[in-house]
Design a protein around this ligand. Structure first.
Ligand SMILES: Cc1cc2nc3c(=O)[nH]c(=O)nc-3n(C[C@H](O)[C@H](O)[C@H](O)COP(=O)(O)OP(=O)(O)OC[C@H]3O[C@@H](n4cnc5c(N)ncnc54)[C@H](O)[C@@H]3O)c2cc1C
Length: 246
């Protein structure tokens, strides 16, 4: 499973001509909007399961190389002092909204040992199968519309393409770098690799304490859940060891 991603950019006139200041260290990357449409989802008003959070970016940090690339579409041929003035006016008025959503596990997305390819030690490598379902595709389309509505709601102008087709809006699998669930945990040994203690059904003294046991990937970043599961697994190992079960 991976994280669903899609984004929209915009320009906000209300941010123009602010006094120059360096906001390095306090940028929009520190803003995080949790999922908010639980009630609509429960009432069956959304065409996808589970939610997504929003990460906003923008701000007026120290300009880096290329900071004013693309500004010409706003500066209407300004040159020299006029262009410099236009740069001051527009700098820090551009925002980006990125969605990070939960993927619903599906039977077309799984990893297996490659039947032919091996690594340099002769060990079969993993082979991944991947397919987004309608849940993720509809969720990505919802992100696009929501982000565009936020930008226009602030009196801004959307500067990127708004994709109503979620298939085109959704980022490719793996690009949000939150892949988990390679050895999924579950209650049924025929449908999962690990039990609820992250212990392999087939090899009792094998425990997996990383992102691989996730049964699903909530829209949140995975690391704290990895730590919590590893902690719980460690407690279980100690308890089982004391009982001489492993
Ligand atoms: C750029 C980036 C930014 C991220 N930012 C965040 C964030 O802000 N917050 C957050 O919660 N998560 C973030 N993540 C995701 C988080 O880092 C991962 O979900 C987490 O590290 C996964 O842990 P893991 O132990 O399951 O896998 P990994 O950390 O990938 O560990 C797998 C290990 O297995 C080793 N390995 C692979 N194959 C073999 C082999 N055949 N034999 C022996 N060893 C092998 C690898 O070398 C590696 O050390 C980010 C990820 C990336 C890439």
């Amino acid at each position: 499973m991976d994280t669903v991603g899609a984004g929209v950019s915009g320009q906000i006139p209300a941010l123009e001509n602010l006094p120059p200041m360096n906001e390095d260290g306090a940028s929009g990357m520190h803003l995080y909007q949790p999922w908010w449409l639980y009630k609509q989802q429960k009432a069956g008003k959304l065409n996808f399961a589970r939610g997504y959070h929003i990460e906003m970016s923008g701000g007026r940090g120290m300009p880096g190389a290329g900071a004013f690339g693309g500004l010409q579409s706003f500066t209407e041929g300004a040159y020299g002092a006029d262009f410099k003035q236009a740069c001051r006016r527009y700098y820090g008025t551009f925002v980006h909204f990125a969605g990070r959503g939960e993927m619903i596990p599906n039977e077309n997305s799984y990893a297996e040992l490659d039947p032919t390819v091996v690594d340099q030690w002769g060990i079969p490598v993993l082979k991944f199968h991947w397919q987004w379902s309608e849940h993720e595709i509809n969720q990505a389309a919802h992100m696009q519309k929501t982000f565009a509505d936020i930008i226009t709601g602030m009196g801004g102008k959307v500067t990127s393409n708004i994709e109503t087709d979620g298939r085109k809006a959704i980022a490719s699998g793996g690009s949000i770098i939150h892949e988990v669930g390679g050895t999924i945990m579950g209650a049924d040994r025929r449908k999962s690799v690990l039990n609820q203690h992250c212990q392999a059904w087939d090899v009792p003294n094998l425990f997996v304490a990383d992102g691989a046991p996730f049964a699903s990937n909530a829209d949140k970043n995975p690391t704290l859940t990895i730590l919590a599961l590893a902690w719980r697994t460690s407690d279980y190992i100690v308890e089982q060891f004391k009982q001489r079960n492993i």
